[in-house]
Design a protein around this ligand. Structure first.
Ligand code: C2E
Ligand code: CA
Ligand code: CA
Length: 688
């Protein structure tokens, strides 16, 4: 992902390096240029030194020497006791200097060439021009020009050597002088220095330095701007394409578990279906038990960890040709290619259940989850990816809803009932919105004085077409479709209204028993909402009992429930263990549970008269609850005989059709007025 940025960086570095090289080159060029100027100046210096040398030689060597009888001659080398003319001396000096420098050429020339010095006349156009210039301009002593010699630029400087006062006499009198009418200021000769210079310097010299600097500056700026623009554009391009790639990944991958997501799974299934000779394959669908609670208790990061661990375990299953996908919140799917062998499929389903059930450790705490697996086989259960996934989903719901069922195949019946359930769940949603759900109250009586002890709130649906429906007709679908909490909120709101109405009408308010479902227990926000509702409407917690079943306490992932019950008890609410005896709570477990009440399940009461073991159990429970100081209510009392028997056993309270069916609120009002409310129960007395 970052390699392209590396490439851009390398390119930019390369560009920057090239830029540096070019700047360096320019600097070198400028240096050359500067050198050139200094060379020019040094040329002047050379010329001045040469001219000083000549003066020195004429005045201090030649002058005194001739006074002393030394012969000054152009042919000095052939004479003893002779020294050269200054011009000859200078000519010799410049020739010797020129030999010492590779790039400099010193010249000494004149219109009157020196004795036996073939090169002492003007040798080229420059020298001609210099001579002419000095002849025509007696007040000028310097002449410079950029010249071209054999295609190479050469900087040439010349200086006029004119007759000084000290020279004229000697030149006009000496027999070897080329002429005798020398005047002051006459041009005797020229000394010159030429130096090769580079094209660049030559050019800059020719055009003036300012342009060069401006041009260099513009060039550098242009190159820098281009490099920066290229880098920025490349960067932006990479950003965009990275973002694009990231979106692509997000679109195909589940970012939490690094598994395929639903879209990817669908395209894999489609690819399988499109094969020219499609092979059979199976889709396993599963979600996690209690995932919401795990999220609530361990936070979302804990939840994510659980998802990752489950994803990893699924991937590590030892089956060939499988793909694991996370296709929704806590929903996983597994695609097993090339199988229709039911034994293998079922073995895989069992393995899935087993590995998901294995405890997970989160921050040192053990977390339990579980799953039910729905299986759809291709092509038998669907010819499109969508159908196959929907059908596996349906099978999963069926497995979940069927007690003791860990996995289930899809079947056509499931579709039928799923469609029915779908319609029904839609109707339930609508019913909740339209206020079709109401609360009925079934009174609980004291067997000692026949007065009302409590009222159990039971939900009813006033269905627009089917009339009054009991929970059996809709509760399981509401549960399956996650509508329990919404439904419970209706019940709690209405029970509060009724309590306030009874209170406002001066009626004694019996304690109200509210059925609390597992889904409510798992929803902390909902629980907080419930308490706030009661608090806001100033309903005394002592007037409320929450009924829960053993399943809520013993179920997987319900370790937090005893604490919750204790909190309720601490705040004054009653806690009743509903359908008691049908679950598997051990007696020792019960002893430690913070419940204030047991409700003996209807099944024990039904056979109370005919079934001695049931009678013994009920008898035992009566004694046990007396012992533990908890309330005991016998549910489903339908006959007088049952009531009499219970009373004989010492059971304090009973609820059942014998006394009253669940009643609408208006009729409950009348019943309260008629029967009166029993003396406050121990718990309430204690709480008061
Ligand atoms: P449950 O909590 O065990 O409620 C008692 C059920 O037994 C009620 O059925 C009641 O009408 C029925 N019943 C009472 N006396 C007799 C009797 O003498 N003979 C027989 N055969 N039945 C009797 P209902 O109202 O149909 O409710 C069924 C279940 O639905 C309840 O069982 C409870 O688990 C659930 N339920 C009802 N209302 C709510 C609610 O508001 N919230 C929740 N979470 N569950 C509710
Ligand atoms: Ca109940
Ligand atoms: Ca019950």
């Amino acid at each position: 992902m970052y390699s392209r940025r590396k490439i851009v960086l390398l390119l930019a570095l390369g560009g920057a390096a090239a830029l540096l090289v070019s700047i360096a080159t320019v600097l070198i060029k400028i240096t050359t240029h500067v050198e050139r100027f200094s060379a020019e100046t040094s040329a002047m210096a050379y010329l001045e030194i040469l001219s000083d040398t000549q003066h020195f030689y004429s005045r201090d060597i030649v002058g005194p020497a001739s006074h002393n009888g030394v012969n000054v001659s152009r042919d000095f080398s052939n004479h003893d006791n002779a020294i050269p003319f200054p011009a000859t001396f200078m000519h010799g000096l410049t020739e010797s200097l020129s030999q010492q420098y590779d790039t400099k050429n010193f010249r000494f020339f004149s219109r009157y060439p020196f004795f036996e010095r073939p090169m002492s006349g003007p040798q080229d156009l420059f020298e001609e021009d210099a001579l002419s210039f000095f002849e025509e301009n007696p007040d000028q002593d310097m002449f410079s020009r950029l010249d071209d010699i054999d295609g190479e630029p050469v900087m040439r400087n010349a200086m006029a050597l004119r007759m000084a006062e000290s020279c004229v006499g000697c030149h006009n009198s000496h027999e070897e002088s080329p002429k005798k009418d020398w005047m002051l200021g006459d041009l005797r000769g020229v000394q010159a220095v030429s130096e090769e210079i580079s094209f660049f310097s030559a050019w800059s010299v020719a055009h003036g330095a300012t342009w060069l600097f401006i041009l260099c500056g513009i060039l550098v700026l242009l190159v820098a701007a281009v490099v920066i623009a290229v880098v920025l554009l490349a960067w932006r391009h990479i950003d965009l394409s990275d973002a694009h790639a990231h979106i692509e990944t997000l679109a195909w991958q589940d970012t939490i578990c690094d598994l395929a997501n639903r879209r990817a799974l669908v395209s894999m299934i489609e690819a399988e279906l499109k094969e020219t000779t499609p092979k059979p394959f199976a889709i396993f669908m599963m979600d996690l038990v209690n995932f919401k609670t795990i999220n609530d208790v361990h936070g979302h990061s804990g939840g994510d960890d659980v998802l990752r661990i489950v994803g990893k375990r699924l991937q590590e299953l030892p089956y060939q040709d499988t793909t694991v996908a996370r296709i929704g919140g806590d929903e996983f799917a597994l695609l097993k290619r090339g199988t229709r062998d039911s034994e293998e499929i079922e073995k895989l389903a069992k393995s899935i259940v087993e590995i998901i059930e294995q405890p997970i450790t989160l921050n040192g705490r053990r977390v339990h989850t579980g799953t039910s697996v729905g299986i759809a086989l291709a092509p038998k259960h669907g010819r499109t990816a969508r159908d196959l996934l929907d059908n596996a989903d349906m099978a999963m719901y069926h497995a979940k809803a069927t007690a003791g069922c860990q996995w289930s195949y899809f079947s056509a019946n499931l579709r039928e009932s799923a469609l029915r359930a779908e319609r029904l769940s839609e109707e339930i949603r609508e019913g909740i919105a339209r206020g079709q759900f109401v609360v009925y109250y079934q009174p609980q009586f004291s067997l000692t004085d026949g007065r009302i002890f409590g009222l159990e709130a039971l939900v009813r649906w006033q269905h627009p077409r089917e009339g009054l429906l009991l929970p059996g007709a809709f509760l399981s679908i509401a549960e399956e479709r996650g509508l329990i909490v919404a439904l419970s909120e209706v019940v709690i709101r209405q029970s509060i209204q009724d309590i306030l109405r009874w209170r406002g009408g001066g009626l004694a308010v019996p304690r109200i028993a509210i059925n609390i479902h597992q889904d409510q227990i798992n929803d902390r926000n909902h629980l907080r909402w419930v308490e706030r509702c009661y608090k806001d409407s100033a309903v005394d917690s002592g007037h409320l009992t929450f009924e829960i079943t053993e399943g809520c306490i013993l179920g997987r992932g319900n370790h937090h429930v005893p604490d919750l019950l204790q909190q309720w008890r601490d705040r004054g609410y009653g806690v009743s263990l509903d359908d008691f005896g049908t679950g598997f709570a051990s007696l020792s477990h019960l002893k430690n549970l913070p419940v204030s009440e047991f409700k003996i399940d209807r099944s024990f009461i039904e056979d109370l008269l005919d079934d001695p073991p049931d009678r013994a159990i009920v008898d035992g429970l009566v004694k046990l609850s007396a012992e533990l100081g908890t309330t005991l209510i016998a549910e489903g009392v339908e006959t007088l005989e049952q009531a009499v028997m219970l009373r004989m056993m010492g059971a304090p309270y009973a609820q059942g059709y014998l006394f009253a069916r669940p009643l609408p609120p208006a009729r409950t009002d009348r019943l309260i007025e008629e029967k009166g409310v029993a003396v406050m129960h121990d718990r309430q007395a204690k709480a008061a």
